[in-house]
Design a protein around this ligand. Structure first.
Ligand code: KG4
Ligand code: ZN
Length: 387
């Protein structure tokens, strides 16, 4: 046999061995997935989240009981750049992921062999950042021989409410307000997410972040705007005659953002009438008023669309989710709307509003129970995903 023939034979042997291992893995995890779907016993899921600037790993029992939820935030790292730098985010996820997994197990007082399934955000988000979580999840799933569950990040935000409110069940109207998405959806059952309306351009959190940056406030802008808004008056009408409130369920935040940019530039020009006007600082009181007015207008835009959604769908409960759900002005506004319309309003605690692994593990539990979400080692990350 020639050297070339030996090489080909060796390659074919290793290739078939590799294929056999993958087939064994797929077969055994599919069987375990079916067992988990049908069992009445407890299910313990390890959830991994790495879609943006939080590396988070959590262990959740039966979709609602958090045994641990470790969040390693990169906020301080990205703050100096005024926003998330995708390449830096990916590199920091790589550095953090193993120790965050270890910490989640230690906090839950469990071993890897106690885990029934591995859940991971596979989309949407920053591609490089997602790949880190997906790769870690695939390795764990393969090494432990337990099912790998792919989770949609937006759906998982809603699941944070199942953890917070132990008896909450669909149907309800969900509002996901985050840095990347603004979605109003009809949740008919645990895995039936019908989008009724969404932003056609910037997300609400993105608008908060961009306006904050314009005003020289640190990243992330949402909490900063909220803090300054509390000190100011909502006395600026950014839209003047042209009202920003729409009559359908889709939303837009880029018009408001541009109106605020124009207002800030005009105010700065009035202070310093030369080409360097962009570098001058607004009076702190004016900054506070801009924050209060922007916060009010952006919340009005969302509340208006929610009102329409309630009317059209005859909804009985509203469930708020995503980073912007931590905003107390938004919660207060929706509380009054719900009181008027005799609806119940639910939202998670601030820790579960922003990105976390617990919401991923929780979502995976409900997917498993409906026989959905099983992935294999070909799972890839996706920057976008149809909701
Ligand atoms: O859900 P999340 O952690 O990440 C995404 O999936 O995007 O949301 C982050 C967003 C950021 O835009 C941040 O500025 C915003 O949530 N946010 C807030 C508040 N806390 C966080 N926006 C308004 N008010 C807050 N208190
Ligand atoms: Zn998120």
């Amino acid at each position: 046999m020639s050297i070339k023939e030996v090489k080909i034979k060796y390659f074919l042997n290793s290739y078939s061995l590799f294929n056999m291992l993958i087939m064994n893995y797929t077969q055994s995890t599919t069987e375990k997935f079916t067992q988990l779907k049908n069992t009445n016993a407890d299910i313990t899921i390890l959830g991994i989240e790495s879609s943006c600037d939080e590396t988070s790993v959590a262990i959740v029992k039966n979709g609602r009981e958090v045994l641990s939820n470790i969040i390693s935030s990169q906020i301080e790292i990205h703050r100096r750049f005024g926003g998330v730098v995708p390449e830096i985010a990916s590199r920091n996820h790589i550095m953090a992921i193993n120790s965050v997994i270890d910490e989640a197990l230690t906090k839950a007082n469990l071993k890897l062999t106690d885990i029934d399934a591995i859940a991971v955000t596979h989309a949407p988000g920053l591609l490089g950042a997602l790949i880190v979580g997906v790769s870690a999840a695939k390795s764990l799933s393969y090494a432990l021989g337990v099912p790998l569950i792919k989770v949609n990040h937006i759906h998982a935000h809603v699941s944070a409410n199942y953890i917070e409110h132990k008896t909450l069940n669909p149907p309800f109207l969900a509002v996901v307000a985050s840095g990347g998405h603004t979605i109003i959806a009809n949740i008919k059952s645990f895995n039936d997410f019908e989008v009724l309306g969404q932003t056609t351009d910037d997300a609400i959190g993105e608008a908060f972040d961009k306006v904050a940056r314009l005003l020289g406030l640190p990243y992330p802008g949402g909490p900063e705007i909220e803090k300054h808004a509390k000190l100011g008056q909502a006395n600026i009408d950014f839209f003047k005659t042209k009202k920003g409130l729409k009559k359908d369920l889709n939303l837009s935040y880029s018009g408001l953002k541009t109106a605020v940019i124009n207002y800030v530039n005009t105010s700065k020009q009035a202070l310093k009438n030369d080409d360097n006007f962009a570098f001058c600082t607004l009076h702190p009181e004016l900054t506070n008023d801009i924050c209060a007015s922007f916060q009010k207008t952006s919340v009005d835009i969302l509340t208006n669309a929610i009102k329409l959604a309630i009317e059209k769908n005859n909804s009985k409960a509203i469930v708020l989710a995503g980073g912007v759900a931590a905003n107390s002005y938004l919660k207060k506004n929706l509380q009054s709307l719900c009181k008027e319309s005799d609806l119940s309003l639910k939202y998670p605690s601030s820790l579960l509003c922003t990105d976390n692994g617990a919401m991923i593990a929780s979502n995976a539990y409900f997917l498993i129970k409906d026989g959905l979400g099983l992935a294999d080692l070909t799972l890839n990350a996706g920057a976008t995903l149809k909701t």
